[in-house]
Design a protein around this ligand. Structure first.
Ligand code: B1M
Length: 217
């Protein structure tokens, strides 16, 4: 039963049918299926297939956009189940997708999971330039600067932020975290980021641990 409804969620997501996705996610939760399973095996699996088809020119931007909307509809239903906000604020993070990049689904998941881990999040949105990341971090007294990139052409803009932090003498003040489909540990090391994580849950766990470690020093 679980497998059938999860597969339906993935199918409707691929077709960009937001209302059906929303309804099925609600039904899956009512059936007691684990929200993480719905996210990973249903929504994310469906989006991976869309991504492959996009790469192979089997679908185009409009189809991907409606799939993204369906994904967001599903995530909105899952959000309260996926996060259990702790009472103690752990610290603050400014999070955004880097300049030139408009992909926000992964970034939104990171924001959601970090909130769930007890961090106060300032969501800077998409297409965020280095000054905005840094000025906002300074203004709110952030512990973490979190950057997401989905395009190989925008990944270098993560380096721009790290370089701007260095120029302003602020590099060591912040825990710099990077992620997104084309980003990896080697790239993170190359640009001098503190942490790379592959998914939103580990981003949240890593941010929390890194902040607590700093505060303990
Ligand atoms: Co775009 N797109 N897209 N797209 N798109 C990709 C990224 C692409 C790989 C598709 C493909 O060819 N297979 C390709 C990039 C190729 C490359 O760079 N080598 C691509 C392209 C080319 C483009 C355009 C250039 C297409 C065009 O216009 N011709 C254009 C660029 C626009 C721009 O940004 N300037 C474009 C546009 C779009 C849409 C607007 C249509 C839409 C985005 C809608 C939106 O985000 N609101 C879109 C989508 C949906 C995708 C795919 C299909 C799915 C991305 C996604 O949401 N995945 C994508 C294919 C793919 O990635 N396989 C593709 C689900 C999401 C949960 O995963 O974001 O990876 P992800 O996040 C993960 C982890 O990476 C991690 O956590 C999440 C999971 O837990 N993570 C972090 C993310 N950020 C993190 C930060 C962290 C830690 C972990 O620390 C701070």
């Amino acid at each position: 039963m679980a497998a059938a409804i999860i597969e339906e969620i993935s199918d409707y997501l691929q077709k960009g049918r937001a209302k059906n996705v929303k309804k099925l996610v609600e039904e899956a939760l009512e059936q007691g299926i684990n929200p993480k399973e719905i996210l990973n095996e249903g929504l994310l699996a469906g989006m991976m297939i869309v991504g492959e088809k996009f790469k192979n020119n089997e679908v185009f931007v409009p189809e991907v956009l409606v799939a993204a909307r369906a994904m967001t509809a599903g995530i909105t239903i899952l959000e309260p189940k996926l996060i259990e906000v702790g009472n103690e604020p752990v610290g603050k993070a400014v999070v955004g997708t880097v300049k030139g990049d408009l992909h926000d689904i992964g970034k939104n998941l990171v924001v959601m999971m970090m909130k769930g881990a007890g961090l106060e999040i300032i969501d800077l949105g998409v297409d965020v330039d280095a000054d905005t990341f840094i000025n906002k971090a300074e203004e709110v007294g952030a512990d973490v600067i979190g950057m997401s990139a989905l395009l190989t052409t925008t990944m270098p803009n993560m380096q721009t932020v790290v370089d701007a932090l260095k120029e302003r003498g602020l590099r060591d003040k912040y825990i710099v975290m990077v992620g997104g489909a084309p980003v990896n540990q080697t790239f993170a090391d190359q640009i001098g980021a503190d942490y790379y994580t592959a998914d939103a849950t580990s981003a949240a766990e890593t941010a929390k641990a890194a902040i607590l470690e700093r505060k303990a020093k």
